[in-house]
Design a protein around this ligand. Structure first.
Ligand code: ATP
Length: 305
């Protein structure tokens, strides 16, 4: 049985949520959730850096027990935790995750692999009477699962939450995120996946933030002078920033296309304010007002409505 738990929240969040009818809601939910032909699955989409991971974890803590199935094609591999921006253990906050850092980074994890492993993870979550929450930026994987996997289509009903941020705001925030990754030790992490022959077409080596450092890492092995190395490092960081912004643009376009198909069950949540407001408290309030409380209302309707 999935039990909605009150999250610590701003006043707006508390006002909007039907927590007062908790017991009544549960009784209604029990009959609806278990008697319908199709089991329910929540899907959280969004371009890189919009807050999908945070939303998945916040929702999982609210609807207990919930478990998260990662749908980022690079985060499925072991390694490069900083570069691929995997949720840390602290951020996961005890919420179980599937397909996160689980696979050999030298192999190619395909869309078919994703469909197979995501379906078995969802099955195992449902067997525990939990709510499966799929979250990640790889829209081709979601497309394969929802549109092309007949087993999934037949068995599950989805609610799609699209976390969106206007592009100029997202671009500046992605650039700052790259600076934070560098400070956190991205270069040391990437050195492990450096391929002197320059092949970055398989597994985790395709991650943005790996091939971009190739010239710098070559220079390091050749003991090139410090000034040249510094220039190569700066150029690599600039390329990582550009490639992240390009990725965000492409992901957003793909989501807009999917929105055309799934719009009946898809909801756009504008998280722009959560980035542009200044101060931790103001950003937290914006998150609760613009993203979390809206998502909770949508999911209450989806699960119990
Ligand atoms: P495509 O068909 O273009 O691969 P997709 O929808 O399958 O798109 P995306 O998540 O948009 O998957 O990933 C596209 C590319 O972006 C990946 O091949 C990789 O280079 C990069 N990428 C995706 N996720 C990450 C990540 N977490 N860290 C670093 N790079 C990533």
């Amino acid at each position: 049985m999935i039990i909605p738990v009150a999250v610590t929240s701003s006043s707006a969040c508390k006002q909007e949520l039907p927590l007062i009818n908790f017991q009544k809601g549960l009784t209604k939910m029990e009959s609806l959730f278990h008697n319908r032909n199709k089991d329910k699955v929540v899907v959280i989409m969004g371009a890189t850096g919009t807050g999908k991971t945070k939303l998945a974890i916040d929702l999982a803590k609210h609807f207990q027990p919930s478990e998260i199935v990662n749908s980022d094609k690079i985060q499925v591999y072991k390694g490069l935790d900083i570069t691929t921006n995997k949720a840390t253990e602290e951020e996961c906050d005890g919420v179980p995750h599937h397909l996160l850092g689980s696979f050999d980074p030298t192999t190619n994890f395909t869309a078919n692999d994703f469909c197979y492993h995501a379906c078995s993870a969802i099955d195992s979550i449902l067997q525990k009477d939990g709510l499966p929450i799929i979250a990640g930026g790889s829209n081709s994987y979601l497309d394969a699962l929802v549109n092309h996997c007949s087993e999934f289509r037949l068995r599950y009903e989805c609610c799609f939450l699209w976390v969106d941020v206007t592009l100029p705001v997202l671009h500046s925030s992605l650039q700052l995120r790259v600076d934070r990754m560098i400070e956190a030790g991205q270069v040391d992490e990437v050195r492990e996946f450096f391929d002197p022959s320059g092949v970055y077409t398989k597994g985790i080596r395709r991650a943005i933030g790996v091939p971009e450092f190739h010239d710098f890492l070559i220079a390091e092995t050749n003991s090139t002078d410090e000034r040249t190395k510094m220039k190569l490092l700066e150029a690599a960081i600039a390329r990582v920033k550009i490639n992240n912004c390009t990725l965000a643009n492409r992901q957003r376009q793909k989501i807009q296309r999917l929105n055309g198909m799934w719009k009946r069950n898809m909801y756009r949540l504008d998280a722009t304010e959560t980035i542009i407001r200044s101060g931790t408290r103001a950003r937290k309030e914006a998150w609760e007002d613009h993203v979390l409380s809206r998502s909770l209302v949508i999911l209450y309707n989806f699960l119990y409505g």
